[in-house]
Write a protein that binds this ligand. Structure first.
Ligand code: HEC
Ligand code: HEC
Length: 408
């Protein structure tokens, strides 16, 4: 018995290591389970998530010229109108009282530069230098927080405490990029077509246009299938992809499945940061639904529909409401395809060609739904499933199911 145990254990371990090594998708970062709980690593990861540009100023400043755009035409009112958020906790008392009294001019781009100097614009990192006694924005870059953080509006709309991991569905990244003078009219039109809360993280590589909603970066612990198409087995895979190919960070990304092979610069400012960045994201739990936002008795009945007649739990299974660790799904089994308005299939542009069952915790927080945002509300989601899958749910069952989804 002892002998058997003795042999079996290392074999299982060796197998596990072999499996992990094979499924690592040519990504040289790994998921160091030991670091996950280390508060110091998580704190480092938070700094990276909020403030690290990975040297992407080379793109946002040197190529797009966004420092000039901001300095000449992006006052705080304009910035808030394209969904940028201000971290109220980074503001000193005199700025707070100045905004309250109106003595801080929210229609002056110099105020934006003052906010950037304070590191108060969520997801935008500026370097401000004093030239002849005047503050000048000399470099600007973006961080992960731009798309995956918002604020709680505790001070004013768009100004409050950071909520990391919450997708910023007000943000219009396409409209922001389209401000750059470096783009052709044709490219600018594509960026302007996406609208708030969406971004196409493949357009600059495959030239196709079909924006994806900005998803949460919370609630991913235990899910070993990342992105809506399950392209990577860990968060670090996709973080490397975005940092290098979308943000313009200095480093490399290669995936033989899609043929994407990009190296920016000669230094690697990405790889060493991925383990801590991943640990931070894995520490972010989905937000609980606000008190009073759903009817508990109806939600309880809706749970029975979810697990019974709705057949939802056949895919949305387990603690995170997803079968992602076991399988992905063919696009023709997924109700969000075909894409609206003749847009190209998102799955067809990915490494897997398939969809991952979306995790559902915190779903109340981020309408619209599905990768393409094709369902504006949870009621619309239920309606789509009911008709596409011919579930034959009654109005009462549909209403209960919506209450259940709001409770997750
Ligand atoms: C310009 C907006 C933008 C920026 C900046 C950005 N992302 Fe994303 N992120 C997206 C979009 C859009 C997707 C959806 C892609 C998909 O699922 O195919 C995504 C997907 C993800 C996912 C997958 C979520 C899931 O459910 O599997 C994670 C995790 C993530 N991003 C983290 C990050 C991190 C960390 C950074 C910084 C290195 C970052 N993102 C930068 C827009 C952005
Ligand atoms: C065949 C497997 C399958 C079944 C059955 C299924 N889903 Fe889904 N669900 C998915 C997949 C895959 C996605 C992601 C689609 C996408 O990204 O466009 C998804 C997405 C969703 C979303 C959107 C999540 C988001 O973040 O936008 C909701 C809500 C949802 N499903 C609820 C349900 C409900 C309610 C039922 C039962 C009526 C159900 N699902 C049945 C596979 C399934």
């Amino acid at each position: 018995m002892t002998l058997y145990m003795h042999y079996r254990f290392p074999l299982a371990l060796a197998l596990l290591i072999a499996i992990t090594a094979c499924s690592n998708n040519s990504d040289n970062s790994d998921n160091r389970a030991g670091d996950l709980e280390d508060p110091e690593v998580i704190a480092q990861g938070m700094e990276i998530f909020r403030f690290d540009t990975f040297g992407d100023e080379a793109f946002w400043t040197d190529v797009l010229g966004m420092h000039d755009v901001i300095a000449s035409s992006v006052d705080p009112t304009t910035a808030l109108s394209v969904g940028l958020k201000v971290d109220a906790e980074a503001l000193p008392p005199e700025i707070i009282t100045g905004i309250e009294s109106g003595s801080v001019d929210l229609q002056d781009p110099d105020t934006t530069i003052a906010l950037l100097k304070l590191d108060a614009v969520v997801g935008i990192k500026g370097r401000v230098e004093s030239v002849g006694g005047n503050d000048r924005l000399v470099r600007v870059g973006i961080t992960c927080a731009l798309c995956h953080s918002t604020v709680d509006d505790s001070f004013a709309p768009g100004i409050g405490r950071r909520l990391d991991g919450w997708p910023n569905r007000d943000l219009d990244p396409g409209a922001i990029i389209a401000l750059s003078p470096a783009l052709s009219e044709e490219t600018r039109a594509v960026y302007n077509s996406w609208g708030p809360g969406k971004f196409d993280a493949r357009f600059n590589l495959d030239g196709l246009n079909g924006a994806h909603v900005i998803p949460p970066a919370y609630g991913l612990r235990g899910i070993h299938s990342i992105t809506s198409t399950g392209d990577g087995d860990d968060i670090a895979y996709w973080n490397r992809y975005v940092a290098v190919t979308q943000m313009g960070g200095q480093g490399s990304f290669y995936d033989e499945r899609t043929g994407v092979n990009i190296t920016n610069g000669t230094e690697d400012l990405v790889s060493s940061k991925l383990p801590a960045l991943q640990a931070y994201q894995l520490s972010l739990e989905p937000p609980a639904p606000p008190a009073g936002s759903f009817d508990p008795a109806a939600a309880e009945r809706g749970k029975a529909v979810f697990e019974g007649g709705g057949q939802c739990a056949s895919c949305h299974s387990g603690d995170r409401f997803t079968d992602a660790n076991d399988r992905l799904h063919q696009p023709n089994q997924v109700v969000s395809e075909p894409e609206p308005e003749g847009a190209p299939s998102w799955a067809a542009r990915s490494a897997t060609g398939l969809y991952r069952t979306a995790p559902l915790e915190g779903i109340w927080q981020h309408p619209p739904y599905f990768h393409n945002g094709s369902a504006p509300t949870l009621a619309a989601v239920v309606e789509i499933y009911n008709s596409r899958k011919q579930l034959g749910l009654s109005s009462a069952e549909k209403a209960d199911l919506v209450q259940y989804l709001k409770s997750l």
